[in-house]
Design a protein around this ligand. Structure first.
Ligand code: AMP
Length: 120
């Protein structure tokens, strides 16, 4: 599988499409989902060209992997939904059966209310 440079998140990373930014550093970008499924629905993406978690873990540097993981907790703190507050749900869709629509690795962060059943 090859990375599609024209996917919507690649366009956001290149600044061709706007986003409502939550956080950014050299390795990650976090922004609000355009179609929120919960009171808080934020995405966290690596800046590198990775299709999904499997592709990322196989090809990314240790630094990229560490920074991506750390960014998720950092964003949860910025949103005031970390484990010390109300908590949140982290979700990543992978491939066809996973229901992934955008072929650039992303974690969904859901919070701000009870998230409910684990899978529907
Ligand atoms: P997935 O089904 O896991 O690939 O999720 C893709 C997510 O990207 C969906 O929740 C969409 O609402 C969201 N999305 C698509 N386009 C944009 C955009 N331009 N800005 C923010 N979120 C987007």
């Amino acid at each position: 599988m090859t990375y599609d440079k024209n996917n919507i998140f690649a366009k956001i990373l290149r600044g061709e499409i706007p986003c409502k930014k939550v956080y950014e550093n050299d390795y990650v970008l976090s922004f609000y989902d355009i179609n929120p499924q919960k009171k808080i629905h934020v995405l966290v993406i690596p800046k590198g060209p990775y299709i999904d978690l499997d592709h990322f873990n196989k090809n990314a540097s240790d630094k990229e992997i560490i920074e991506f993981n750390k960014a998720i907790s950092h964003v949860s703190k910025l949103l005031n939904i970390s484990n010390e507050e109300r908590g949140y749900r982290l979700l990543s869709n992978i491939g066809t059966d996973g229901g992934q629509e955008v072929p650039h690795l992303h974690y969904h962060i859901f919070g701000g209310e009870k998230i409910g059943k684990m899978v529907s």
